[in-house]
Design a protein around this ligand. Structure first.
Ligand code: NCD
Length: 359
């Protein structure tokens, strides 16, 4: 059984395969309209969403399957104290595949380890969001022709912006991609992304706080919202929320063929006068997200048909029950019965397998 919790759960060949299926879906949508007949997706959304949930649901409907689920924790048994493990075991009896969004980091991993059907992480806290990455990749492929040799700038909240963490993981697999990380000092990329991805794959990257200075060099500009819901200090959010605003005038500094991406929702970070610029691709990303989710659902259900074994983490470096993660938004902090899982990292620390925080 396969699940997709992190973008690196997909090999580069699989990502390329999904991109290929996506272009076939675009050419021949009819061919796919009954592929999931009789199959059900459960969309378990413990946190607000417009795009991602409806995108999974319309993806399954366009494949001829059906949808069950809920769109907030308050309408699920989580409000009665049910654990993620129990929810996953129960839903495995009703559905063929789960898409889960959860405010606690690592929750979809817990669902994958305990349920009997494939789980897709639809966003866990400030951690990962692999299917947004698939949407982003299809958009870059369609607009720029491929990924090699691109300079990609990420601007905004790189600390809590889970979509950025996932797409950097994907881009690390392509050749000669340059990364420009544009953020205020307080919202810099987490150290595990630096160590596990940027440094590990020897990626060419710089950190800066200036959007204006970076713009002329970029092939792709990926803007993000400052993630209000992840801040513990309201004043800090207020101080940082308008750190970057892309408007038409600023965009004049970019190349003619730079593309502007944003996972949406936007708040202030892209002014609406950019929307009619041909470089603005954020609404195209929405459509591409649905198509890539169709391709991913097909792939995972196909694997599950042949391989019914339980999803496991085959990593002999994992140390069980020795450490308890101290990250307050880690699922292992809220669900006390979960066993601790940590992996040693180079500097002598351990990294929590659920949420990737070091201790
Ligand atoms: C993003 C998310 O949920 O992380 N949105 C999305 O899935 N399209 C980005 C965000 O909320 O800022």
């Amino acid at each position: 059984m396969r699940s997709v919790i992190d973008i690196v759960d997909l090999s580069v060949e699989e990502i390329n395969g999904l991109l290929k299926t996506a272009s076939d879906i675009i050419k021949n949508p009819k061919k796919y309209s009954k592929k999931c007949k009789g199959k059900k997706i459960a969309t378990l959304f413990f946190e607000p969403s417009t795009r991602t949930r409806l995108s999974f649901e319309s993806a399954m409907l366009e494949l001829g399957g059906s949808v069950i689920g809920f769109s907030s924790a308050s309408s699920s048994s989580a409000s009665k104290g049910e654990s993620v493990s129990d929810t996953a075991k129960v839903i495995s009896k009703y559905a063929d595949i789960i898409a889960m969004r959860h405010p606690k980091e690592g929750a979809p991993l817990v669902a994958a380890l305990n349920g009997d059907i494939p789980v897709i992480n639809a966003g866990d806290g400030g951690h990962c969001h692999p299917t947004q990455t698939l949407a982003d990749l299809l958009t870059i492929k369609r607009e720029k022709g491929g990924f090699d040799n691109l300079t990609v700038g990420f601007c905004g909240d790189l600390k809590y912006g889970r979509t950025v963490h996932s797409i950097i993981g994907a881009l690390s697999r392509y050749n000669n991609v340059k990364i420009v990380l544009i953020s205020p000092n307080e919202l810099k990329i987490p150290s595990y992304v630096k160590e596990d991805v940027l440094d590990k794959f020897n990626m060419d990257y710089i950190e800066t706080d200036s959007l204006e200075d970076s713009l002329p060099s970029l092939d792709v500009l990926y803007m993000t919202r400052v993630q209000e819901e992840r801040f513990t200090d309201r004043n800090e959010y207020e101080r940082l929320k308008d750190s970057y605003v892309l408007n038409k005038e600023k965009l004049n500094k970019a190349k003619e063929d730079t593309i502007v991406l944003h996972p949406l929702p936007r708040v202030n970070e892209i002014s609406i006068d950019v929307d009619d610029d041909k470089r603005a691709c954020y609404f195209k990303q929405v459509e591409n997200g649905k198509i890539m989710r169709m391709a991913l659902i097909l792939m995972l259900l196909d694997i599950a048909k042949k391989d019914k074994s339980k999803f496991t983490l085959n990593d002999n470096k994992i140390v069980y029950n020795k450490f308890k993660c101290s990250n307050p938004v880690c699922i292992s902090q809220t669900e006390q019965e979960l066993k601790g899982m940590a992996k040693p990292v180079d500097n002598g620390n351990y990294r929590c397998v659920y949420c990737d925080k070091d201790f």
